[in-house]
Ligand binder design. Structure first.
Ligand code: ATP
Length: 503
């Protein structure tokens, strides 16, 4: 799994998808730049989401709110007071940890010990593994697993009741049981606010403290009535938005899974109070179907229903994805009640009510939200698409089996040789196709190598121009996944490509 993940990171860099930010200065932790191919893939994911949410739903419209918002927004939303992670420092190693993640890491170590017991027994006894041996091994495995569960439950309880002293005590206990740094020299656990602060205005006196938004949702809530009135929207209706969000994450690891600057794709669906559970279930199913439509495999998704709910929610679930490092949250679906709109009403003194013609009454709508990270989507698609294949002749190829609709380049046009007028014909084909698709040209190296390069970039089609093309206006079209080649008329290319790559 580790190797798989390393491959993902290095492939992303080598083939121009993702670079570490400011790399010439040794990078900036948990900040990444999308490169020439990455930006196309990311844009296509965003468009795929936007089309399914906005274009396909008559009652959903989009907005693009500013990243800067009035600072009271974050007071109202609860982010100033409650958008915290528990933080602990080790005084000896001078390393900083997110307390809950540190505890989870210890718990994971127990899990690994259990696995080692199983491997050891397997190695020692092989097929002669009899029942008595099984019982002893199993007892040890169970012991580790039970201990792991106890730790996680105790942590959850302590965090829920904000008993930070107990969180620290748990870390100290674990330190003795399975040493991390060989020391017990920890600071107190304290809450750390994840919002980035900045200042608006030039002079020190008049400057206003601002935050970079930690989620896009609030830009939708504060515009709720503007959109409803000017768009003459009727409940139930939705407002969708994609855009950057910023969080000063303490643990920034796992590549683009957890970044400090990332992009969200969110939709807030405004419904009649009392009807929220119906729509909550609807959006859970609808969003899962959207993910499944990409064809990365049903077995790679699962729901995780939250037992512990955020202060604003009355139901919440994650869609988890099987990332190279295990199942983790990809998207959240939250029933947010009328918490946000009510909070903005009371902090702004402005009414945020909707008059319902059908019930002849005014109310603050309830909200069901779908919130997915664009970068996490990128990682899910990219990591599952990246495959190492052994071919019939025993050779291997690296192929990025991206859903065609998301592929950065839809077709590469390749003249078989750099002479005899073949490049000119290839250019003509490109000039014709480029109005509809992102297409590229490549004439360097033997054609087999060019195919492999396009495989690694995820390009669904390679179109090769050869000498026969000059005689009968046909080309070969090679399919990335099957590597099958067909001879087709140049005039048929558009329809063939369109068939496969259209949304
Ligand atoms: P996590 O528990 O992983 O920190 P969260 O529950 O805080 O995530 P939400 O606040 O529900 O996440 O945000 C909605 C979505 O935004 C997440 O499902 C995820 O896809 C994405 N997201 C959140 N934080 C980050 C981040 N630091 N980097 C990349 N994507 C993120």
């Amino acid at each position: 799994q580790d190797d798989l993940f390393k491959n993902v990171v290095s492939h992303a860099k080598e083939y121009g998808f993702i670079f570490p930010s400011s790399e010439i200065y040794d990078g900036l932790s948990a900040v990444y730049d999308y490169a020439q191919n990455g930006v196309e893939l990311k844009k296509n994911i965003r468009e795929y989401w936007w089309k399914s949410m906005v274009q396909m739903h008559e009652n959903i419209v989009g907005i693009d709110a500013a990243i800067f918002m009035h600072p009271t927004t974050w007071k109202a939303s609860g982010h100033v007071d409650a958008f915290n992670d528990p933080l602990i420092d080790n005084k000896d190693s001078k390393r900083r940890y997110r307390a809950d993640v540190l505890i989870e890491d210890y718990a994971e170590k127990l899990n690994q010990k259990a696995q080692k017991e199983i491997d050891k027994a397997r190695e020692r006894f092989g097929d002669a593994f009899d029942e008595a041996q099984f019982v002893t091994t199993n007892a040890r495995v169970m012991e580790y697993r039970t201990r792991q569960r106890e730790i996680l439950e105790r942590m959850a309880r302590s965090l829920e009741t904000e008993n930070l002293a107990d969180v620290k005590a748990l870390i100290e206990e674990l330190e003795i049981a399975c040493p991390e740094s060989g020391s017990k020299n920890w600071t107190e656990v304290r809450q750390f606010n994840l919002m980035f602060g900045t200042k608006l205005g030039a002079s020190a006196d008049s400057a206003m403290d601002l935050y970079l938004r930690p989620e896009t949702a609030q830009g939708i809530f504060v515009n709720f009535l503007n959109v409803q009135k000017t768009g003459r929207m009727k409940v139930p209706f939705g407002i969708a938005q994609t855009g950057k969000a910023f969080r000063n994450e303490i643990v920034a690891r796992q590549f683009i899974f957890r970044m400090r600057e990332f992009e969200q794709m969110e939709m807030q669906f405004f419904v009649r109070p009392g009807e929220e559970m119906k729509y909550y279930e609807y959006w859970k199913e609808t969003r899962l179907k959207w993910h499944l439509s990409l064809g990365l495999g049903k077995e790679n998704y699962r729901f995780h229903d939250h037992e512990k709910l955020a202060h604003y929610a009355n139901a919440a679930a994650d869609i988890e994805f099987n990332f190279p490092f295990g199942f983790k949250e990809l998207e959240g679906i939250h029933s947010r009640t009328d918490f946000d709109l009510k909070a903005h009403e009371s902090h702004s003194g402005k009414k945020l009510q909707y008059f319902d013609n059908e019930t002849n009454s005014s109310y603050v709508p309830y909200v069901v939200e779908t919130s997915v990270g664009l970068d996490r989507m990128f990682l899910s698609v990219f990591s599952k698409a990246l495959q190492e294949e052994t071919l019939e002749d025993g050779s291997t190829r690296t192929v990025l089996k991206l859903p065609s609709v998301l592929a950065p380049t839809k077709a590469a046009v390749l003249p078989l040789v750099k002479k005899d007028g073949l490049p000119e014909v290839a250019r003509k084909i490109i000039d014709d196709l480029k109005w509809d698709f992102n297409v590229s040209y490549d004439e360097k190296d033997a054609v087999g190598r060019r195919y492999r390069r396009q495989d690694a970039l995820g390009t669904p089609f390679c179109i090769t121009v050869d000498h026969q093309t000059l005689e009968d206006e046909t080309v070969t079209i090679r399919h990335r996944d099957s590597m099958k080649q067909d001879r087709v008329k140049i005039s048929e290319l558009r329809a063939i490509i369109s068939d496969e790559v259209s949304m």
